[in-house]
Design a protein around this ligand. Structure first.
Ligand code: PMV
Length: 270
């Protein structure tokens, strides 16, 4: 008997970093998956874990690996945990990896869909939103794997909290507007541009990613990082939009940027 489980990746549509400090954010589960296969053995069990998610690149690879592994183990134990319990387990595992995560990554990969998230003290306040209609077509561009871990990026922001506090508040305002627009079925690309500018001000976006974003903006589009970012090398995956999405594809091909499409709002871990 083998026990299988899978969990999706995630990306943050708006509000990363600020979400750690209680500001609102919106994330989507993405159709890149981690699969965990657990086989009982005489001396315990063997766990094989494979993931399609670019590791350490802002797409929630660690939360996804934790969610799929925990699910497989729970299946072996014949436990049928609620999503709430699974979310708590994955959050505890995320704390081990990231130190002080907001909880948005684990919540998104466990519940799936589009998650409006806000942390108040130790409580996760979140709603699943139905955004499929308001959602434009995005393209994802890989600006390179960050040299820094999520923990390091979050710590860097925290170490300069006096300087960063007003920027964090502004990100929260932009994210709040973005989400309420989205809930009314409207997508405002200008808010993506503003979110990205604020993340650059927060110093979590490296030169290479800034250059890619700049070129996309020059061509009439917008783009932003979708996780913790990175400054020494790459900044992970960029979420990019253009009213004529082919223009970004052409730009990516011309510049040799790695790009791909993904479905947003897929189901959570199971
Ligand atoms: O880069 P990722 O997938 O680990 O996303 C991190 C998101 C942050 O807002 C930077 C941290 C957090 O815990 O919310």
């Amino acid at each position: 008997m083998v026990y299988k489980a899978q969990a999706p990746g995630k990306l943050i549509i708006c509000g990363e970093h600020a979400v750690v400090y209680g500001q609102p954010a919106l994330a989507a589960a993405v159709n890149l998956y981690t699969t965990a296969v657990l086989t009982p053995a005489k001396t315990g069990f063997k766990l094989d874990v494979k993931t399609d998610i670019p590791v350490g690149s802002g797409m929630g690879s660690s939360a996804s690996v934790s969610a799929a592994s925990a699910m497989a183990l729970l299946k072996l134990l014949q436990a049928k945990p609620s999503k709430e319990l699974l979310n708590q387990i994955v959050y505890e595992l995320e704390k081990g990896v990231h130190g002080t995560p907001s909880g948005i990554d684990n919540t998104t990969v466990v519940y799936g869909g589009f998650i409006k998230f806000q942390k108040a003290d130790r409580v996760f306040n979140f709603n699943k939103l139905n955004l499929k209609k308001a959602l434009p077509e995005f393209i994802l561009i890989n600006s390179g794997r960050p040299k820094e871990t999520t923990k390091e990026m979050v710590t860097m922001v925290r170490d300069n909290l006096k300087r960063n506090a007003p920027i964090i508040e502004q990100i929260g305002e932009v994210a709040g507007k973005f989400i309420s627009n989205f809930e009314k079925g409207r997508f405002n690309p200008e808010l993506v541009r503003r979110n990205q500018r604020l993340l650059e001000k927060l110093r979590v976006v490296g030169k290479k990613a800034q250059e890619i974003v700049h070129q996309i903006e020059k061509a009439g589009g917008v783009a932003k990082i979708c996780g913790a970012g990175g400054i020494k090398q790459g900044s992970g995956i960029l979420l990019a939009y253009h009213p004529q999405i082919k223009k970004i594809k052409t730009l990516a091909q011309k510049n040799n940027w790695k790009y791909f499409y993904a479905e947003l709002g897929v189901g959570g871990g199971e």
